[in-house]
Design a protein around this ligand. Structure first.
Ligand code: ADP
Ligand code: MG
Length: 314
């Protein structure tokens, strides 16, 4: 199987809402009238973001899910994706399963694969995604204001727990952790529902403290975070202090962290219910700068790890 047969067989599918899809030198799309385009790319590298023997279906899912999550964080409707692959070999079983994982999630979100690039090399998966919002609308990191509530969708920490070595965790909990790590659920519907309700938003891939700090820096504000309020799986919640690092600095959850005016509380709860996801208030934005994390007694905690940094030494 040569490169072109491989693309034709595994990645050439009819693309809805596309003027020209896979097969030419470039794809052609036409944005909806009155819309802005949102573009984002995310890369997964074997040995860095996943183990080379990870289930290829899960990899297909995750390569797309992390990009859908970026669209969710902007409040955008995801529409088109490009897929760039470096493959150590053209393993047909692997490719079929990878494609199945990717196209299953793409169909769920009505996203079309319209092009990409394929080369041999160390296993690397890169997806570029294009989404839309009405012009001028977006959930940007620089929009938080003093007084805003800080909200978090779903639960935090289980994906990070999956990466902890040498722990004795019950098998059923370990399986749930692995599921959260390998098959994150991008909160696309919630992000779109929050567009008129929230101010700043991002998806948490590198840990709550580290990612919240991005909002604080871009918005030039500070924040107080309530450690006890962080929503966690009951098993993790019962061991909150032992797994502080998973809750505050563990990555890979792909949940939404967002801020909103206090007047939006009821509307946000209702929007989240309609999307079938829980949302929890975990702190407040304040004037000034910096992040304070308070324990259950209201005392300031020392947080050593601020989040995952690919070039840091943590
Ligand atoms: P070119 O020779 O112009 O670089 P390529 O050989 O890279 O073109 O790709 C041929 C066509 O297949 C292009 O339309 C490209 O977008 C598409 N393509 C390549 N790899 C992928 C992939 N992994 N998934 C989807 N489309 C792909
Ligand atoms: Mg090319």
């Amino acid at each position: 199987m040569n490169e072109f047969q491989l693309i034709e067989r595994f990645f050439c599918r009819p693309a809805a809402d596309t003027i020209l899809g896979v097969g030419d030198d470039a794809a052609i799309i036409r944005p909806s009238p009155g819309c802005d385009l949102h573009l984002s790319a995310d890369m997964l590298v074997a040995g860095r973001h996943f183990l080379p023997d990870t289930d290829p279906r899960a990899l297909g899912h995750k390569a797309l899910a992390v990009n859908l999550s970026d669209m969710a964080a902007m409040g955008a409707r995801p529409r088109w994706v490009l897929l760039s692959l470096a493959l150590p070999a053209s393993d047909e079983t692997w490719l079929a399963q990878f494609a199945e994982g990717l196209f299953t999630l793409a169909a769920e979100h009505e996203v079309s694969l319209i092009g990409g690039d394929t080369t041999s090399g160390p296993l690397t998966l890169s997806v570029t995604i294009i989404g839309e919002t009405l012009s001028g609308q977006a959930l940007r990191r620089d929009a938080a204001r003093a007084g805003d509530d800080i909200w978090f969708s779903g639960e935090v920490g289980m994906a990070a727990l999956a990466l902890k070595n040498g722990l004795t965790i019950p098998a059923d909990i370990a399986a749930e952790c692995k599921q959260r790590l390998d098959r994150p659920t991008p909160r696309v519907a919630l992000g779109r529902a929050l567009l008129p309700l929230a101010r700043a938003c991002l998806d948490v891939s590198d840990g709550v403290c580290g990612d919240l700090s991005h909002i604080l820096q871009r918005s030039q504000v500070g924040a107080t975070l309530w450690f006890e309020a962080l929503p966690a799986h009951p098993w993790l919640a019962a061991r909150r202090d032992a797994y502080q690092d998973c809750l505050l600095a563990g990555g890979d959850d792909y949940e939404l962290l967002f801020t909103a005016d206090v007047s939006q509380r009821a509307a946000i709860e209702q929007a989240a219910r309609q999307c079938g996801v829980a949302v929890t208030r975990i702190g407040v934005i304040n004037a000034g700068s910096g992040l304070r994390v308070l324990d259950g007694q209201g005392a300031a905690m020392t947080v050593d790890r601020k989040g995952y940094d690919h070039f840091g030494d943590s």
